[in-house]
Design a protein around this ligand. Sequence first.
Ligand code: HEM
Length: 457
Amino acid sequence: MSFIVNLLLAVFRALFALLLTLWDGLAALVSLAGTALGAYNAPGGFSKNIGAALLSPANQIRGMALLRAFAPNLVLKRQVVAAYENTGTAVVARGADVRNMLARDADFEVVYGPRMRKLTDGENFFLGMQPGWDYTRDTSAMRLAARTTDVAEIVQPRATELANRIVAESGGTIDLPPALTLQVPWDMTERYFGTGGPDAATMQDWTTTLFWYLFGDLGADPELDAKSMADAAAMRAYLDGAVATAKTRPDDRDTILNRCLALQGAETPGMSDLGIRNNLLGLLIGAIPTISKASCLALDELLRRPDALRQAQAAARADDDAKLAACIWEALRFNPHNPVIYRRATRDTVIAPGTLRGRTIPEGTLVFAATLSAMFDRRDIADPHAFRTDRRFEDYIIWGIGMHTCFGAAINSAVIPAILKPLLIQQNLRRADGTAGQVDTGGTPFPQHFTVAFDPA
Ligand code: HEM
């Protein structure tokens, strides 16, 4: 008897979830139609305005709702990505399928290897590797050099001190990327990595360009290719020099570079001069523009939501770091650094096997796992459209999931709140007037300017 009751309940729950998903999809469709009409009526007309309108975080969320309702596993013969070899395109939108796909490394491989090799002029970097000895060797060695315990002992205290000072000295108006959000992670690469480049501006520029080239340049822009090759050559020369200098004129700084050389002295696999250079190159590219962008997007989202902003400010002022972090992760759920992660099918394989939405993904297909969509799937996330600070961290996919989960995850968790806290403590925190108060990416995937103001004490 209880079996039948449980079965009926399960069927009822599944139908209810399906109806809600369809309802969300229809509501999204109506809103997107409104957006299209708005773009048509705006100065410059439809074609000038629709692209930017659809890329707004709120409209991306609506677009994903549409996919979850009507095409949860979309498979197209068309190749959308030119940067990496592929035979077609797919988008996976349901939360369970996104998580499942990113756990199936044998079916869905990372694609970045060829471009990583162009940047190192030879070897792959571990984000471009499939499971195996090379991946284990490099990640293990680098985890010994960049230890999780460093975050509380070295990284967070310095980020806090520097961010506090920058905000205190700003006089109440601050253009975040150049003055704060790029500066703090750059300082980490200088003091903690031991490889901050010839100067801050150069390292920030190199890493921004190379991150864009590796992950964002889906159309394979030849101009970006040329700049990336030049920047990568300059960065390799700088890092080769830094490794050589650290060996010929050693200092006693407790840096990742010096720890790599100590591991080299102990004959640790992967820690040749070239191995150290390539691992540092990969880490640097991941570290600077990402933290800056995530910090800007989180604050941008909080400033769009007065109630959420008040919660974050109260937490910052009360030194309630757990609550402050919860506000920031929730803001990033609505406005994440990257709304998708992509992989390539290594063989014909099925997504969501045994379900009505199951689809075969042909070998060679470039598959977008819509992580933003996963964070709004009602089946997994309670009350997804509400800004809530009581979610579990596992509900978020804000820096990857599975084998390639961000190497800097612990750093991000400490440094982003350290950057934002001194701002949130201020009175009357607000956007600067006019366009200066909006995130300006200057044609790149990363915020270049975003000015906020507050009433100095
Ligand atoms: C908010 C800031 C950051 C965001 C949003 C971010 C995002 C990501 C994402 C989405 C992935 C997975 C990519 C994939 O699976 O295809 C990843 C991996 C990675 N990230 Fe980050 N990242 C951030 C900060 C950092 C920092 C500070 C570092 C360096 C200290 C770093 C180094 C890496 C590396 C090396 C990997 C590859 C890990 C592996 O293959 O095992 N990232 N990151």
